[in-house]
Design a protein around this ligand. Sequence first.
Ligand code: TRP
Length: 321
Amino acid sequence: MRILSGIQPSGALHLGNYFGMMRPAIELQEEGEAFYFIADYHSMTSLFDAGQRRRNTLDVALDFLACGLDPKRAVFWKQSDVPEVTELSWLLTTVTPMGLLEKCHSYKDKIAHGIAPSHGLFAYPVLMAADILIFDSNVVPVGRDQKQHVEVTRDIAIKFNEAYGLTFILPEPRIREEVAVVPGLDGQKMSKSYGNTIEIFGDEKATRKKIMGILMDSRTPQEPKPDAEKNLAVQLLKLVAPAEVGKDFEDRLRAGGLGYGDLKKALFEHYWTTFAPARARRAELATNLDYVHQVLREGASRAQTVAVKVLERAKAAAGLK
Ligand code: TRP
């Protein structure tokens, strides 16, 4: 079984990235052949600063390796080091109905948030389909927001197969329902573009301040809170702390007697200790960037071996060979 996923180098990775995509992807390394890449081509649809892209790409590589991506098990590379995907993307655009892209939530969402509606942004799902199909991927672990893109990928694969004969394997999205949407500091989905994130490797002081600043209602500590499971700090605590700890705080909030300040303090402490081992690994990796670059180079060469073959298959099917 081949498992594939990508992540955009759009800035410091946050808990939404971690619980939505990275942790499931890291766990899946044990179950099959994992192919994970940094989607730097995709980042070009919303980031127009070259230096920033270069820095972000390195940051994502460090974050991912620190969080447990194991280059001995997983193939890990930078998307643009395997440029065959852009060629396949062209082949796929020609069988992609406009209507399929027009209904994509992610496109409409990004425009609503002020990202310029370029052709690249519109065609984003086609490049993503190429990413997935060029590696004969079976399973694609993603956050819920990317599920539609995997469905679009299946539709595009079906169209191509109908036109040119069976060429592509149909991939399945894999979404962990319980953590598929991680709430941000304001209760909306945690997202860089909403400015409501908690970084995985945030600065201690700044992150404590962010967490202590989460807005709560004006009920007194003594008051029982029958809606305790909806509390934002409880929801986040359940993600970063062991299950029984999250449950215990939820119960105490429900019963009354637990103040919001103490709850948020617990959230910060658990966040901080949960990521302590990864933080130490990241610091070590940052002193050994040659190693990080070498991991990405070797990953690209392994990924390319597969991509070249599947691209050849698609070109032969389409009469280009
Ligand atoms: N669009 C994905 C995101 O923003 C990143 C991505 C690009 C991806 N290509 C992919 C994810 C292929 C899975 C498979 O999160």
